[in-house]
Design a protein around this ligand. Structure first.
Ligand code: F6P
Length: 331
């Protein structure tokens, strides 16, 4: 039931770093809104498109055949203009020029921080859907894109392991994640990495020394060292250089996976999560909720205030790191 009587037209957009599954989320928001007899506008290129009034009306057929596509057909951007009041005011004027009553933003914590600032200044309900490969957001077990990125990393590292063992080399693999280690953590375990460096834990250089001194010299003869880009050790290149200087006899190589982690057809998990959250976002707006993020906790939809999401760091579960160390201590 549409508690908020005056919601007749909503806008949806994707913001920040793109993530596989964003299209599935836009599709679900659009279809759910139309099913509730609302009108839907897509905003192109994130907040920058909102400022520049780059809107497109969406019908059910406009979001057909996109669920399996990576990226975002609405495109996305990081908008410096939106960080200014003038920019946000222009964005509000654009929304009003299309008689938009509420907005769904699909993005990461930076996008939600923008939404929060906006809703403090203008009367416009915003609901956020967590869309980022980093899986670094408070209040939800899951952000759209993480599962696909994780599988992309595993597929790439499995290939690197072939050549590492052929040549008896140690590969330092750098993965994305911004300032979080979630991607590196699960990828490290899934790929059988000997050591995984994450920003949240700072003991892994000891683990690396142990591996090099014991396992590598005696039996392993090749290895994968997983490194989160935000790790305080300075990233894969720096770590590899340090190891090469300390152990000139070891054959070291570096692979920085980069933006391959942001593309690809979303996995079933990402498609399902995106669809659940897209429908939940429309329901939240119809239930008169605003400035909340819809998330998943133990596979159930939750609503978390944006103010809490933006200012709270996500808990880091180091358990997987200890499991990895135990597995590798068997040598
Ligand atoms: O937040 C998603 C993310 O892929 C991070 O993991 C990464 O550090 C960043 O975006 C890269 O940003 P850009 O695509 O602007 O280079």
């Amino acid at each position: 039931m549409n508690k908020r009587k005056n919601i007749k037209r909503i806008a949806v957009f994707t913001s920040g770093g793109d993530a596989p599954g964003m299209n599935a989320a836009v599709r679900a928001v659009t279809r759910a809104a139309l099913a509730h007899k609302l009108e839907v506008y897509g905003i192109r290129r994130g907040y920058q498109g909102m400022i520049e009034n780059d809107f497109v009306k969406l019908e059910a057929s406009d979001v057909s055949g996109i669920m399996h596509l990576g990226g975002t057909f609405l495109q996305t951007a990081r908008s410096k203009d939106f960080r200014t009041y003038e920019g946000r005011k222009k964005a509000f004027e654009s929304l009003k020029s299309h008689q938009i009553d509420a907005v769904v933003v699909i993005g990461g914590d930076g996008s939600f921080a923008g939404a929060l600032a906006f809703t403090h200044e203008f009367d416009m309900p915003f609901v956020g859907i967590p869309g980022t490969i980093d899986n670094d957001m408070y209040g939800t077990d899951y952000t759209i894109g993480y599962d696909t990125a994780l599988n992309t990393v595993v597929e790439a590292v499995d290939k690197i392991k072939d050549t590492a063992s052929s040549h008896g080399r140690i590969f330092f693999i750098e993965v994305m994640g911004h300032e979080a280690g979630a991607l590196a953590l699960k990828a490290g375990l899934a790929c059988g990495a000997e050591v995984t460096f994450v920003p949240e834990i700072q003991e892994e250089e000891v683990e690396l020394d142990k591996f090099l001194a014991k396992d590598y010299k005696n039996k392993k003869r090749s290895g994968i060292i997983m490194v989160a880009e935000g790790d305080r050790a300075g990233g894969a290149l720096k770590l590899a250089e340090q190891v090469q200087q300390k152990h000139p006899e070891i054959d070291v190589r570096v692979t920085i996976l980069g933006h391959i982690q942001r593309g690809g057809s979303p996995t079933a998990n990402d498609r399902v999560a995106a669809t659940q959250m897209g429908v939940a976002a429309v329901n939240a707006l119809l239930d008169d909720q605003k400035s909340v993020m819809v998330g998943l906790k133990n596979d159930k939809i939750v609503h978390v205030p944006l103010s809490k999401v933006v200012k709270t760091n996500r808990d880091f579960d180091a358990e997987l790191l200890y499991i990895q160390r135990l597995i590798n201590s068997a040598y």
